[in-house]
Design a protein around this ligand. Structure first.
Ligand code: GLN
Length: 540
């Protein structure tokens, strides 16, 4: 029978609940168990696809085209759990489903209510992941205990042990023990209150994972255990890891979390083997080289807006025993100061995805600089579209060439909507989404990086390279090295007479893993390392 772990959070948000849940998934897999991961988000949007990255950070896209919370990125990077649209439910999606059923008459004769109809729908969404080939489902509940909008979710997970047996469920609560400088001590009261709130709802946590800035100490751990009604050995400390997120799972093993979970759920698990992870961490800690990459975007201040891009750069660094220093460049700042001032001294430029007009010209300036100065350049989604616009304007001399997203009436719509997208009115879940195959042209840089002829990558965009301009671009040296199997859509462009200039219409960052860097990120960092070497030699 599939067992269920529920991860809730209290005291404050941003405690790293997603990362901790992913780490728990990893530990259980390292013990030979088959895991599925899931996130429940209490907001009303049906999915995060309609939210600004400023609100919610990056939107993480899955193979099946689901637009999901960025915590699912942690799940995919840390575990082998198969993710699908059933891995992320929001309040909006739950209500939408219940309301549709009500309209179809499925509750005919009844008053439809939060309890039991909404809670039943939530329970069904959780239980959906249970299967004969799944040992454990880990369900993370977004938000913090005490939020009004989270209540139906807490009520639903409170009921699940009644349906499937308390011994098959485990409640893990993540809290914070702040260190008050003025008092010179760690404070356990917020944790006591947070667990108190959970218990009022009827959930008694089995394990507390306590986030700390300074060592908790035995006295505090015992106090928490007593006041929160958990066993002493079930108070697991998770200190801040300044250095790398890859330290988190190892710290949790050290503090006995995996053993505790296995014991409490009576799971048939083998001894843990973290050697691969230790090796990874060793590489992160001991880089032999260093490169600086400028990421030129418009959501730069938000630390999670390009989350998977930063992670993928790190992975490529690990693959090349290098530390990747990311210079986050606000594209409007680049418009003001010019590329020479801002980009002098970097070893590579990456322009990520995005929407809307603001900051576009800065991105185009950055790409021109990369092309003319022979700096490695990697364009992703909007980054590719900007590379196409830059080339059209400055090499093909198509004055004011643009994307119709930014200039509907441009004379040269080198990026535009194709037929499939023209008729669409709704904004939610209507982009070209999810995994699509792409054929690579042999002998190109893309084919060399992937070492393959057919690849599959995830998409999230409306606009496309305008096929009417294809031959003009090829004639001047911008080559479509990857295309959809029917040849209709250009998926990759690259420049042959440049050290490394590759731009893709899809999002490769979603498929990079810490121990399996994405081939294009790896190729980009390799080129940036070479550029760095050349720069050093020139200054000698
Ligand atoms: N705004 C562009 C489009 O919709 C690019 C999207 C993206 O970068 N994800 O096509």
């Amino acid at each position: 029978m599939t067992k269920h772990i529920f991860v809730t959070g209290g005291v404050v948000s941003s405690l790293g609940k997603g990362l901790t849940s992913a780490a728990i998934g990893l530990l259980l897999e390292k013990r030979g168990l088959r895991v599925r991961m899931q996130k429940l988000d209490p907001y009303i949007n049906v999915d995060p696809g309609t939210m600004s990255p400023y609100q919610h950070g990056e939107v993480y896209v899955l193979d099946d085209g689901a637009e999901t919370d960025l915590d699912l990125g942690h799940y995919e990077r840390f575990t082998n759990s198969l993710l699908s649209r059933d891995s992320n439910f929001t309040t909006g999606r739950i209500y939408l489903s219940v309301i549709n059923k009500e309209r179809r008459g499925e509750y005919l004769g009844n008053t439809v209510q939060v309890v039991p109809h909404i809670t039943n729908e939530i329970k069904a969404s959780v239980r959906k992941l249970a299967a004969p080939d799944v040992d454990v489902v880990i369900t993370e509940l977004g938000g913090t205990v005490g939020d009004i909008e989270g209540l139906p979710f807490l009520e639903a997970i409170r009921q699940i042990p009644l349906d499937i047996g308390r011994q098959n469920c485990l409640f893990i609560h993540l809290t914070l023990v702040p260190f008050l400088k003025a008092a010179g001590e760690a404070k356990t009261k917020p944790t006591q209150h947070s667990v108190g709130q959970l218990r009022q709802i009827g959930i008694q946590p089995d394990i507390l994972v306590v986030r700390t800035e300074r060592e908790l100490g035995r006295d505090n751990a015992e106090k928490i255990a007593l006041f929160c009604n958990v066993e002493k050995n079930a108070v697991i400390e998770e200190p801040d890891k300044e250095f790398s997120i890859y330290e988190v799972p190892l710290g949790l093993v050290e503090n006995g979390l995996d053993q505790l979970i296995v014991d409490k759920l009576a799971l048939p698990a083998r001894a843990i083997d973290m050697s691969e992870w230790q090796h990874l961490l060793h590489k992160v800690r001991n880089p032999e080289h260093e490169v600086t990459i400028a990421v030129v975007g418009k959501y730069i201040q938000h630390k999670d807006a390009y989350k998977s891009i930063y992670e993928a750069l790190d992975h490529a660094g690990i693959a090349h025993s290098s530390r990747v220093i990311v210079k986050r460049v606000e594209s409007e700042e680049l418009e003001r100061q010019g590329p020479e001032v801002i980009l002098g001294g970097v070893d590579g430029i990456l322009v990520p995805g995005g929407f809307g007009m603001r900051g576009i010209e800065g991105k185009i300036d950055a790409i021109r600089y990369a092309r003319e100065c022979e700096l490695p350049f990697f364009g992703i989604c909007l980054g590719m579209q900007c590379a196409v616009i830059e080339f059209a304007r400055n090499v093909l001399h198509l004055e004011n060439a643009n994307s119709t997203e930014f200039a509907a009436e441009t004379d040269h719509p080198v990026i535009c909507l194709l037929n499939d997208q023209r008729k669409i009115v709704d904004k939610g879940a209507t982009m070209r989404l999810g995994a699509h195959d792409c054929l690579l042209e042999p002998g190109t840089r893309a084919a060399e990086c992937y070492d393959a002829e057919r690849i599959s990558e995830r998409h999230r965009h409306r606009y496309e390279f305008n096929p009417e301009y294809r031959s003009q671009f090829i004639a001047e040296g911008m080559h479509p090295s990857g295309a959809s199997p029917d040849g209709r859509l250009v998926e990759i462009v690259e420049l042959a007479d440049h050290p490394w200039f590759v731009a893709v219409q899809y999002h490769p960052e979603f498929k990079s893993k810490p121990n399996r860097a994405h081939p294009l990120f790896s190729g980009f960092i390799e080129a940036a390392l070479q550029h760095h070497q050349q720069r050093l030699q020139m200054t000698l």
